[in-house]
Design a protein around this ligand. Structure first.
Ligand code: HEM
Length: 345
């Protein structure tokens, strides 16, 4: 019997290891059986899911770093529509292009939603979500339309942005030439070049590769919170240090400073970048429920989140592919030469 005032750890210490082990095993087994007997959903086939941790052991505990292609063996065993659990969270995995298209293109209205219930996403954007990547329903549609139309206004798909991208490409090539033929890793500078394009759209400025502003380093760290399979489980609660979430406040504070700087030279007839647009929509009081500081600041993070690593990694992998396949590189050069007026040769 536990004494009044005795803490749980003290109580367990009096029981001895075998009793505690039996207790934990029975508890986990009961939870597992309960989770299956309560489930009225007929889940598709999938690998064994353990109580509490689901399939995380198979996904994470391994001598080598796991790759997305590791899932291919599971698809072979369980089929192209597979059920797994990340922690206590049920997931359906789709294994072919056709199935993904059927779900997310043909049935987009039924299937599209972002998991704003997940602990770490809730901590970042609140339970109703924010911005465009982590938002649902009517507000998401409106903010998405606003994001796309403003990207177009800032030159996406037009000559004006193309020229800025070409300028950045020149800076990148120059930076590589400065190595004078020495061995180097192109990875970081490709990231900085891509970052600069988003930075031009959002803040109206690019930055030297050796002099990236504090805002971009804060943003980079902020974007990396909760990456990996654990991010969709509630384990983030124990694993993500609280100080990481403070990054959001730091970032928002830096953006507010940028907004104030822009206000000094703001001209509603000459919207230079996304920050100017933010000033304009807040002055026009478009829909104060939707165009809040929280939503618009989060769109800035979203543009970096969605537009930098994706583009930079595509470029990095293209380089690796061309190094390994010189014939592909030759074909690409021919195609470039065909569509440019001045051949590089
Ligand atoms: C090679 C480069 C890129 C790849 C592979 C890529 C891929 C993707 C994918 C797979 C999605 C998710 C779609 C969905 O869940 O419905 C997405 C969403 C998004 N992307 Fe990209 N993207 C790239 C570049 C960019 C760039 C350059 C920008 C902006 C400047 C951007 C902005 C967005 C936004 C805002 C979303 C969220 C849309 C929404 O939730 O409605 N992406 N992207």
């Amino acid at each position: 019997m536990t004494n009044v005032g005795q803490s749980f750890p003290e109580f367990f210490a009096t029981l001895g290891l075998p009793t505690v082990l039996i207790f934990v095993t029975v508890l986990l087994l009961s939870m597992w059986m309960l989770s299956y007997s309560n489930s009225r959903v007929n889940w598709p086939p999938g690998p064994v899911c353990f109580p509490v941790v689901g399939c995380l052991p198979q996904l994470m505990i391994s001598g080598k770093r796991r790759q997305p292609t590791d899932l291919l063996q599971w698809y072979d065993t369980y089929g192209d529509i597979m059920h797994i659990k990340l922690g206590e969270q049920h997931m359906i995995m789709l294994g072919t292009y056709e199935l993904i298209e059927e779900a997310f293109v043909k049935n987009a209205a039924t299937v599209s939603a972002r998991p704003t219930w997940a602990y770490f996403i809730r901590r970042l954007v609140g339970k109703d979500g924010a911005g465009v990547v982590f938002k649902n329903g009517h507000a998401w549609k409106e903010l998405r339309r606003f994001t796309l139309s403003s990207l177009r206004d800032f030159g996406l798909g037009r000559k004006s942005l193309e020229e800025k991208i070409q300028d950045e490409a020149r800076y990148l090539v120059q930076n590589i030439e400065d190595e004078n033929g020495k061995a180097f890793s192109p990875s970081a500078r490709i990231g900085k070049a891509v970052n600069n394009i988003i930075s031009i759209i959002v803040f109206g400025a690019r930055h030297d590769y050796n002099d990236m502003p504090e805002m971009l380093s804060v943003l980079e760290e902020y974007m990396r919170i909760g990456q990996g399979p654990l991010s969709l489980t509630n384990f983030g609660r124990f694993l993500i240090p609280e100080k990481k979430f403070v990054l959001k406040d730091t970032f928002y504070c830096l953006v507010r400073q940028e907004v104030e700087r822009h206000r000094h030279s703001f001209d509603p007839t000459d919207i230079r970048d996304f920050i100017d647009l933010y000033i304009k929509v807040t002055q026009e009081k478009l829909d104060p429920e939707i165009y809040t500081e929280r939503n618009v600041f989060r769109i800035i993070v979203d543009l970096y989140l969605a537009g930098t690593d994706t583009t930079a990694n595509t470029l990095r992998w293209s380089l690796v592919h061309m190094v390994n396949h010189p014939d592909v590189q030759k074909k690409m050069q021919q195609e470039i030469d065909q569509v440019t007026t001045h051949s590089i040769n």
